[in-house]
Design a binder for this molecule. Structure first.
Ligand SMILES: *[C@@H]1O[C@H](CO)[C@@H](O)[C@H](O)[C@H]1NC(C)=O
Ligand SMILES: *[C@@H]1O[C@H](CO)[C@@H](O)[C@H](O)[C@H]1NC(C)=O
Ligand SMILES: *[C@@H]1O[C@H](CO)[C@@H](O)[C@H](O)[C@H]1NC(C)=O
Ligand SMILES: *[C@@H]1O[C@H](CO)[C@@H](O)[C@H](O)[C@H]1NC(C)=O
Ligand SMILES: *[C@@H]1O[C@H](CO)[C@@H](O)[C@H](O)[C@H]1NC(C)=O
Ligand SMILES: *[C@@H]1O[C@H](CO)[C@@H](O)[C@H](O)[C@H]1NC(C)=O
Ligand SMILES: *[C@@H]1O[C@H](CO)[C@@H](O)[C@H](O)[C@H]1NC(C)=O
Ligand SMILES: *[C@@H]1O[C@H](CO)[C@@H](O)[C@H](O)[C@H]1NC(C)=O
Ligand SMILES: *[C@@H]1O[C@H](CO)[C@@H](O)[C@H](O)[C@H]1NC(C)=O
Ligand SMILES: *[C@@H]1O[C@H](CO)[C@@H](O)[C@H](O)[C@H]1NC(C)=O
Ligand SMILES: *[C@@H]1O[C@H](CO)[C@@H](O)[C@H](O)[C@H]1NC(C)=O
Length: 487
């Protein structure tokens, strides 16, 4: 087995040809992005060449761009097939039918020549909208729903895709595009394998993933404690898919260090949030790489337990207790290791220690209490309390993955089971209300003003939507099988 893996690894090393669009198209890429040929800078990252190879197109561009009649928009349209937005057509389905039936519309393969896709062997689920590739942590929540739709084979295919990429590049990328190759996302792979009782089949890859986090995302504190953070190997450049905005922000503050923080926030999945900002109204104050996140370290605790690294897990639990719990505020926080202090931002990430059994019973009680008094709203639980940030991972938005984890965390917190059910009910309600109005499942919801569709964010609300559908189906299953239906 090990020898086979080694051979596969060596073969793959030589077959990696980076196809990141900025490298393929060089100054053509920059011109298209900086002249804003497309309003969404992700569009050009996902194009497919029509007839010519990428290199031929670049040579053609170099020949033509100085001619007085040159029109960049026409040039792009003539030479590339544009990617499509997944728009989900509403038919006369109930919300439940919709969620079950949508999987087939959200299933894709990587059968494109010279596109930015990282090839994987099997089909996979994409979130929808402008997200036309799989996303790492989204997939856990998608899988919850796939189980309820009896799509076990698709889950196994996706696990095998992830295992394939771990063997090939050493970790699971943010998404399967070459422009995401510098970073990962919250490490949910061990939890995914548990969903279908397949952990034993992926021990080798789980160990490799653990090595990635422990050698590329590790921080050693003054007392020798090792904890982990988010980062990106391509920390010195703008994100390809957000090129214009990133360059504009760096220019505004005349500091390209911001790229590392933008990219690390993208790895966290919370892009963007006051959680990573010194000044909640100013994105240029991002300090993501200075922060040791509570959710990441709880996920790695789970990975350590999965791999039987009992000592490391115990050690991490103690470190979380020491560095990330505030005895005054009775809550878990992220830790700024540069300033050597808690960030003191109240966010839903604090439920991860409850969900993954890092918290003591007392801590769980305190956190649950604050969830009830500070985070609970008509549409579910709000991501953070920062109401001036206008970032999408902040007030007033609610996100399916965080509803689910909060719900599960409270369900196992003594005395808070009924609060858990209230959150489940409110979230399902807002999903249903919006579905009744629009025929769509959304990427996120405004949980404060439940008459709106959603609010905030750097791009428009996307429909589809993988993890929302998954969490809805799982909550619906619980709701139908819950002895305490009346709440
Ligand atoms: C293209 O035009 C720029 C000025 O717009 C000029 O500096 C450059 O030499 C030209 N390049 C070619 C290949 O003609
Ligand atoms: C360039 O081409 C696009 C699409 O072909 C067209 O809409 C636009 O008007 C052209 N721009 C100029 C300046 O001619
Ligand atoms: C997008 O849709 C158009 C029209 O249906 C089609 O011609 C084009 O090939 C599609 N693009 C991709 C990448 O599938
Ligand atoms: C990719 O290129 C190969 C070889 O030219 C061709 O056979 C195949 O049909 C192409 N695939 C797609 C999806 O265009
Ligand atoms: C999944 O399988 C179970 C057991 O066979 C069945 O009761 C259920 O209706 C199936 N669900 C769907 C969505 O097909
Ligand atoms: C996994 O195992 C648990 C208990 O061991 C069982 O309840 C569950 O149905 C299994 N799930 C699958 C997808 O086989
Ligand atoms: C992370 O771990 C690697 C390998 O053990 C080590 O070389 C490196 O110094 C560590 N980095 C930090 C910031 O602690
Ligand atoms: C931008 O920063 C560089 C070096 O960090 C400095 O040399 C330059 O003067 C700055 N430009 C402006 C406009 O402040
Ligand atoms: C935060 O940023 C805003 C600009 O977005 C600025 O007006 C405000 O003074 C800043 N606050 C602090 C404490 O620096
Ligand atoms: C926003 O948050 C601040 C600080 O927590 C609070 O004082 C204020 O009332 C909030 N504003 C709104 C509109 O909720
Ligand atoms: C949505 O519509 C269904 C079917 O008409 C209805 O049963 C349900 O109560 C509605 N839900 C909400 C939250 O409006």
């Amino acid at each position: 087995m090990k020898i086979l893996h080694l051979i596969i690894f060596l073969v793959n090393i030589f077959s990696i040809i980076s196809q990141s669009p900025d490298q393929l198209y060089d100054e053509l890429f920059q011109a298209v992005q900086m002249q804003r040929i497309f309003s969404d800078t992700k569009t050009f990252c996902d194009v497919i060449p029509r007839e010519l190879t990428p290199n031929e197109i670049l040579l053609l561009y170099r020949n033509e761009y100085n001619k007085s009649t040159f029109n960049l928009t026409s040039f792009v349209l003539n030479n590339f097939i544009l990617p499509n937005i997944t728009i989900i057509v509403h038919e006369q389905w109930t919300i439940e039918e919709h969620c079950h039936r949508l999987w087939s519309l959200l299933t894709r393969t990587t059968n494109e020549n010279y596109s930015s896709f990282m090839d994987v062997p099997y089909p996979f689920i994409v979130p929808g909208g402008r997200f036309r590739e799989f996303y790492y942590w989204d997939t856990y929540f998608t899988m919850l729903g796939l189980i309820r739709s009896n799509e076990t084979q698709l889950i196994k295919n996706m696990l095998d895709n992830f295992a394939y990429l771990i063997r090939k590049i050493g970790f699971i990328p943010n998404g399967n595009r070459y422009y995401y190759e510098g970073r990962s996302q919250p490490p949910f792979f061990s939890l995914m394998t548990e969903l279908v009782n397949q952990t034993n089949n992926y021990r080798y890859e789980l160990e490799l993933e653990y090595q990635f986090w422990m050698t590329k995302r590790n921080i050693t504190l003054d007392d020798g404690t090792i904890l982990n953070r988010y980062y990106d190997e391509f920390h010195d450049r703008p994100r390809m898919e957000a090129y214009f905005k990133d360059v504009q922000l760096a220019n505004k503050i005349n500091n390209t260090n911001i790229y590392a923080h933008l990219r690390a926030a993208a790895e966290s999945g919370w892009d963007f949030s006051s959680r990573w900002m010194e000044n909640e109204t100013d994105l240029s104050t991002l300090i993501t790489t200075h922060i040791i996140p509570i959710d990441l370290n709880c996920l790695l605790y789970h990975l350590e337990l999965t791999l039987g690294k009992i000592e490391q897990a115990k050690y991490r639990q103690q470190a979380i207790q020491k560095y990330m719990w505030s005895n005054e505020r009775k809550f878990f926080f992220d830790y700024n290791y540069i300033k050597k202090q808690l960030t003191n931002r109240l966010t839903l990430a604090a439920v991860f220690p409850l969900w993954l059994n890092v918290a003591t019973k007392d801590q769980a009680q305190y956190v649950a209490q604050q969830i009830e008094f500070l985070f609970l709203h008509d549409g579910g639980v709000v991501t953070t309390l920062a109401n001036q940030s206008s970032q999408q991972w902040d007030y007033p938005n609610g996100w399916a993955p965080l509803q689910y984890i909060t719900y599960r965390a409270l369900l196992k917190t003594s005395g808070y089971e009924s609060l858990a059910r209230i959150i489940r009910q409110r979230w399902m309600n807002i999903n249903e209300r919006v579905f009744n109005n629009t025929g769509k499942m959304m990427e996120k919801y405004d949980v404060i003003d439940t008459n709106k569709l959603a609010g905030g964010g750097l791009y428009e609300t996307q429909d589809g939507f993988g993890w929302t559908n998954g969490v809805y189906l799982e909550m619906l299953y619980d709701n139908n099988n819950d002895p305490q239906l009346s709440i």
